[in-house]
Design a protein around this ligand. Structure first.
Ligand code: PHB
Length: 390
């Protein structure tokens, strides 16, 4: 017997409802989290610290968020923007994850943000500072637990001006994060009456610094502002000291220049001043407990990336708790993620309507293997969120 047209329509409708249920709105079983991070290349250590921090928070909640078990899927994005869309689609389309968590590199994160918007997938960003993600591309479904590239850069510019810097140079990798970080620095410095006389750059993730260091020596600026991170930051700080420049021209930067890198940088980084939303020695119950738990779990000291991973899980946890673990209650979930006050090892912070942390930026000084707190460079700094319309 052939099925009737009505029976076929009913079967199609049932299939459609089952498919959309499995794609979006499960209220039981594990929540699938797609970790897209660099596990190789110059930012590999950063990716691992973020994953460790994220998992530490989940473990502290008994392995659950919003009452639901967590299942992880992982992709190594290699900090390679040209592979960004393919890599994120492995998680969205192949693994059918409920939530994306990633990444470190701004260029890759821009591809992730576009895919998250196109597919209506939740995205929590545990590092990449691309200004546009919480600016022109902002979305209720995207929240960042870290910073915008503008934030620490602007704060360092304010501090440099206070220290009397009139003529500065900047040096960085030629991609979104470097460009935006140095732009933030320039804005802060100019506000205080200084100026940037020259911006130097090289392709990511290159470490051929010699010609550029020679140019710095020739120009003799009052200070240099550098954005590098991970393996590249280790090499740059060492080369700067080896060229003898640190004796006459202070090297400033966002804290990425000396975070997670100090053991490898050794003497070359001592006494450096940087600005960031975290300092190792913040003597608060929350930071002390976090550092102890992290050291116990991973036999390593945490850094800012570990903190951002931990807080990414806290923010997602706040959303899932409000929604009773039901991913179908998307509006409740995202509203709670934006409204939460995050009890972070860095200190309590809030999330702006555009989805970026509103946070104190600290001035830190390198002592031994620690970035020690010196003062609050800028209090409750909010990214300008240029172009964000929600
Ligand atoms: C970025 O690409 O946005 C980025 C990468 C590494 C950092 C900070 C920002 O440490």
């Amino acid at each position: 017997m052939r099925p009737t047209r009505t029976a076929l329509c009913a079967a199609a409708a049932l299939l459609a409802s089952l498919t959309s249920f499995s794609a979006h709105a499960q209220a039981s079983g594990p929540i699938k989290i797609g970790l897209m991070l660099p596990y190789s290349g110059t930012y590999a250590a950063l990716g691992n610290a973020i994953e460790n921090g994220f998992k530490l928070y989940v473990q502290e909640q008994g392995g659950k968020l919003g009452g639901r078990e967590i299942q992880y899927f992982k992709v190594d994005d290699e900090s390679e923007p040209s592979k960004g869309t393919d890599n994120v689609n492995k998680l969205i389309k192949r693994d059918n994850v409920d939530v994306l968590v990633g990444t470190v590199h701004s260029g890759v994160a821009l591809a992730m943000a576009k895919a998250a918007k196109d597919n209506n997938t939740l995205l929590v960003i545990p590092n990449a500072g691309a200004d546009a993600i919480t600016g022109a591309m902002c979305s209720a479904n995207i929240v960042r637990s870290s910073f915008s590239n503008w934030q620490p850069g602007y704060a360092m510019g304010v501090v440099a001006a206070q220290k009397g810097v009139k003529r500065a140079m900047t040096i960085t990798w030629n991609y979104a994060a470097g460009a935006e970080s140095t732009k933030g620095f320039t804005e802060g410095l100019e506000k205080g009456g200084g100026k940037v006389i020259k911006d130097l750059n090289l392709p990511f993730p290159g470490v051929e610094f010699q010609a550029l260091l020679t140019e710095i020596a020739a120009q003799k600026p009052d200070a240099v502002y550098a954005f590098f991170a991970g393996g590249g930051a280790v090499k740059f700080v060492k080369d700067y000291a080896a060229a003898g420049l640190n004796k006459t021209i202070p090297l400033y930067g966002p804290g990425f220049l000396t975070d997670g890198t100090l053991e490898a940088q050794g003497a070359s980084a001592q006494n450096m001043l940087t600005t960031l939303h975290y300092a190792d020695d913040l003597n608060t119950p929350k930071n002390n407990a976090f550092r102890k738990a992290y050291a116990l779990a991973y036999k390593a000291q945490p850094d800012v990336y570990a903190v951002q991973g931990y807080d990414a899980a806290q923010i997602l946890g706040a959303g899932l708790k409000a929604a009773g673990g039901d991913l179908g209650k998307r509006d409740v979930l995202t509203a709670a993620m934006h409204k939460t006050v995050v009890d972070s090892p860095r200190g309590k912070f809030t999330i702006s309507p555009a989805g970026n942390p509103v946070q104190d930026i600290y001035l830190r000084e390198v002592k031994g293997n620690n970035n020690e707190f010196r003062s609050i460079a800028v209090k409750s700094l909010s990214d300008p969120a240029r172009g964000c319309k929600l």
